[in-house]
Design a protein around this ligand. Structure first.
Ligand code: PLP
Length: 229
């Protein structure tokens, strides 16, 4: 077995245990392999081990890797900050964008999404703790932004994404995760048909699952430490 195969088996066991603790064993959790700064060969190895969702933070690096891996069965997620002048390659190259935090970017992605690729799956990124240096919509911007996204026919709103402040205590992490999960509930109660709560990274994914995550974004736990970034 390759190291990635071992890591994936260990991650799946830990996800199952966390789901049992959450007393919601019926929920399924999608593992997204965060391959930033890792070579295409690492993605290919993880795909061979059974992973089908991958994420990139930088548009240029991501598109090069998508082309190098050249596996049409894979789903690619964009999880980085979106500059307005980079929306076109993102709209064409990825099938998910998890970092929608303003209408202007959503409208550009919609206008630039080729019809033949089908709708682009999008998540609203929330900055639940209102950290000034961090991207993401403030909690009170959630519903107005969801209303705008819902009007864009080439985007499909699937849910929310977020992360606690870096270096927080487990108690603070839990508070942030519960607010993110609650935001998805708010969308459902308001009539949006959303199914995805993307939260949890290598250091905190079990807690995120206990708090309601349905999608974890794992870099280090799957691929090992990154050289930089
Ligand atoms: C890098 C990154 C991850 C993965 O981080 P790890 O701690 O290596 O699992 C997840 N989400 C986002 C938005 C990231 O930038």
């Amino acid at each position: 077995m390759t190291q990635i195969t071992d890591h994936l088996a260990d991650i799946r066991r830990r996800i199952d245990t966390a789901l049992q603790r959450s007393q919601d064993a019926g929920r399924s959790v999608t593992i997204v392999g965060v391959s930033k700064l890792k070579p295409a060969s690492a993605v290919a190895a993880a795909a061979t081990a059974g992973l089908t969702h991958f994420a990139e933070n930088y548009a240029h690096e991501g598109l090069e890797k998508i082309a190098a891996v050249a596996n049409p069965a894979l789903h690619w997620h964009f999880i980085g900050r979106i500059q307005a002048n980079k929306t076109q390659p993102i709209a064409r190259g990825f099938s998910w964008v998890q970092t929608i935090d303003r209408t202007r970017i959503a409208a550009r992605l919609d206008a630039q999404r080729p019809d033949e690729l089908g709708p682009l799956n999008v998540l609203i990124q929330l900055n639940v703790d209102r950290e000034p240096q961090k991207a993401g919509a403030a909690p009170d911007e959630l519903l107005p932004l969801a209303e705008s996204v819902a009007k864009l026919s080439r985007l499909k709103l699937r849910g929310v994404m977020g992360m606690p402040p870096a270096g927080s205590s487990p108690a603070q992490n839990r508070r942030s995760f519960l607010v993110i999960a609650e935001a998805a509930e708010t969308l459902r109660r308001s009539g949006f048909d959303v199914d995805t709560v993307s939260m949890g990274m290598s250091g905190d994914f079990e807690l995120a699952i206990e708090c309601g995550s349905s999608m974890v974004r794992l870099g280090t736990a799957l691929f090992g430490p990154r050289a930089r970034g």
